[in-house]
Each structure stands twice: as structure tokens, then as C-alpha cells.
Design a protein around this ligand. Sequence first.
Ligand code: AMP
Length: 395
Amino acid sequence: MAKKSISEIDPLGKVVLMRVDFNVPQDDSGTITDDRRIRMALPSIESVLKRGGKLVLVSHLGRPKGKGPEPEFTLRPTAARLSELLSMPVSFATDTIGADAELKIGQLKNGEVTVLENLRFNTGEKDGDPIFAQKLANWADLYCNDAFGTCHRTDASMVAVPRAMGTKPKVVGFLVAKEIEYLSEAIANPKRPFVAILGGAKVSDKIKVIKNLLGICDKVLIGGAMAYTFSLAQGGRTGKSLVEQDKVGLAKELIALGGSKLVLPVDTHIGNSFSSDCQKQVIKSGAIPDGWEGLDIGPETSQLYAQLLRDAMTVVWNGPMGVFEMPPFDAGTKAVAEAIAKSHAISIIGGGDSAAAIEQLGYADQVSHVSTGGGASLEMLEGNRFEAVDILDDK
Ligand code: AMP
């Protein structure tokens, strides 16, 4: 059932506790190198502020030990960055359930915002501790989850806090609502043909996604290193390609399950070492000589996949077709990105490397949705439900 949105509640004069994903990358000096996650939360943040809410933002950053403050994981730079983006002051509390949080929340006037320190400085966050959660919930009149990247987790701020809110409203933010719309609803009722394209390093990471998508897609195209495990399963030669010997049986099962729905590369771009300036050749799949490794799909496969993607009405993409960080082995990934951008399909790009690739290539604004969550988007594509979302109020 659809969840109640932040737009459907009146935050005027209320304290809104919003779980965001400000887990941004930083360099050694603590400078934020990519503020996309902060910018993605702006619609929900601005919606509360414009309507006179008193906004309290909570997030985790990195993996601190949970035993108190660790300077390299402080959220203070994110408050400064948010202040620049909103062109208004943003206060920062040096704790989450302590005296400074109480002070900063108490000082909020309507339309003002504060950021609390890293939730994971408390062991209670990762442990899902109900006492920690109750203290956080006590700050607020309303709870909003706009942290899609953490939705597959059951950390206190994701599950125990909304539970501790009791009958007080608990809603989704715009970002989480959009992610669910694409990664769950668009996939549940797809326009056909529905084509999924999956790549990346390991079959083992994507087994559940492949199985789930084989049940609902018209075609599932395979690329990346995991294609070589499938090639082994078909009795092919894979040289020194990255393969998972212990997953060959499973690949055989998926081939049998998929039948003509499962499409494997017909050719591959190989090198004699893992580097851009290695010797290279293009050969048929399953014929990689000893001492050589597969580093990308070949041009014939690129063309075949591009054609299937161009004709699709719904596309889901997760994982690169080759070692896209190392030209010329980025060619397959580029061809796929371009075909998706040119298609008229509803196109959904999973988080992680495929999202990075589509951004780098400048096609992000030509697709329907680029997910902000790597692990979370993969779990949604596996067909999993998230407790952190289920627990929120229905429309
Ligand atoms: P994943 O995190 O599973 O989506 O995998 C992404 C990684 O897989 C990227 O760093 C790619 O360089 C890597 N990858 C893709 N194809 C190959 C390949 N043929 N050989 C080695 N690594 C690959």
C-alpha cells in the first residue's frame, strides 16, 4: 500500500525528525567531495521549512565504532554544506540524545533547521536499541524517513524510532517515495517489453536479483565478469577471467530457469593482463585462450544488447558490462548507457557503479530514475520488503 507522504502532513510549529542519508564521501581534510545525497534530500527539507516546521535532521556517516565521537566521522561539514545550499543558517548539535541536542532543538523557531551529530556514535543505533530510539522519538511530533540508502537496514533510526513514535505521524519523504515508485511499483506493473541488464563482478551478489527479474522480465541480459561464470557453466573456456568456480552449478540452474529469457554475451573483449595497455583481442564467448582474461563484452554483444534495450518499454540496469574504469574496456558499458538514454522506455538505473557510469557519461537526465541507494536498490530488485518503509503510515 502507498505510504503517507511528507506533503500530506502539516508541519507548522511542529518538530519534525527527519532521517536523511548524509553519508557523503569526504577527502582526508574532511571536505565533502560529492554532495549529491544532501541535494537529493532538499525537496523534503525545503517542504518542511517553507511550511513552518522545526526540522531536526539525523543521519549516520561512515562506520564509527559506536563508542562516542570520532572526529573523522562528524556530520558537522554536512550542516555547513546544507547551510550553503539553503542560503540560511543551519545549527549543529554535538550529540544526538544529549544536552546539546536538547538545546539546539529547543532553540528552533518555525522554518529553522538543525543537524544532530552522527547517529552511529551511539551503540544504540546499530543495535536498534529501543531506549535510544525512544529518546530520539521524544524530540519530535512527526517522523519522516527520506534516507533511501539506509532503508534496507534495521538501525534504530530506521525502525525502532518510528515504532517509538506510537500514534504520532510517520511518513515518507519525497526521495524515498520516488525510489519506491520506480524500484517497486514500476516493476510490479511494467510496460512491456521489460528488459533487465545486469553486470558487475560476481554472480553471487546478483543471484536473487536475477531470479526475481527472470520471473517478471521479458529478457535478462548479462554482462560484466559474471558472464564468464555463465560461460563456464556452458562448458566454455574462460582463461584467467574473474570467475566463481563454486557458482557454476548455480549458473547452470539459472540458465535452465531462464531459457530464452536469459541472454548471454556472444563475444568478448579480452586482454593478456589487467591493464589499459595490455594486448587486446575480440573473440567469441567461451573461447578465451589460457593467459587471457575477459574485460568487457564485445562489439557484437554491445550491438545486440543496444537493440534489445532500444525496443524496450521498461528497462532496469544494475552493474557495468566490463572494467569500465579502464578504457577501452568501458566501451560495452558506454554502449549500454547510450542505448538506455536513447530508448523511450521507463529506465531505472540501480545505485552504485551503474549510477556512477550514467552520471559520468552525462546521460543521467535522459533516464527516468537513477537510484541513490546501492544495497537498497539491489534489495528492492530482489523483491524484498523493507521494515523501515512498512512501519510508516499508509495513505
Ligand atoms: P559490482 O560491484 O558487482 O557491480 O561490480 C562492479 C565492478 O565489476 C567494477 O569495478 C568493474 O570493474 C568490475 N568488473 C566488471 N567486469 C569485469 C571483468 N570482466 N573483469 C573484472 N572485473 C570486472
